[in-house]
Design a protein. Structure first.
Length: 129
């Protein structure tokens, strides 16, 4: 498995993934894809076999739903005002633990930090299974 980290998240998440045994993980900036449209990133991720990692749930979930057999999508959702590098790292670490050994093909994993500091984890297939 390998991860493609969206530009809205820190490149350090790709470094973290590499350190945890996913050496082909990368960041959109490292691939020269900064400022590309979301559909182009999903296409690149799907074609390249990358699990996409973003905090832009509203745009990416509808796009990934159109990609049967996609490698997976991780959405890091954080309540307004709570996003920080530490929060990104902690939530991504939770995501890695959730999918380690099982993969995420055809699924979406949402890790959310709510305004009351509760972490919610939802894993599902876009078709409802």
């Amino acid at each position: 498995m390998k991860f493609l980290i969206d530009e809205c998240l820190s490149p350090s998440l790709a470094t973290m993934a590499r350190a945890r045994g996913y050496p082909l993980s990368t960041h959109v900036t490292w691939l020269g894809l900064r400022s590309r449209q979301d559909w182009a990133l999903i296409r690149r991720a799907t074609d390249g076999g990358y699990v996409t990692v973003t905090n832009d749930r509203a745009d990416f979930v509808p796009l990934i739903e159109r990609e049967p057999g996609h490698p997976g999508l991780v959405c890091i959702n954080v309540a307004h005002g709570l996003m920080s590098l530490d929060v990104q790292r902690r939530l991504f670490d939770l995501a890695i633990m959730q999918i380690a050994g099982t993969g995420l093909t055809g699924q979406i994993l949402e890790i959310a930090l709510t305004s009351d500091m509760t972490v919610r984890i939802d894993r599902y297939s876009p078709d409802g299974t």
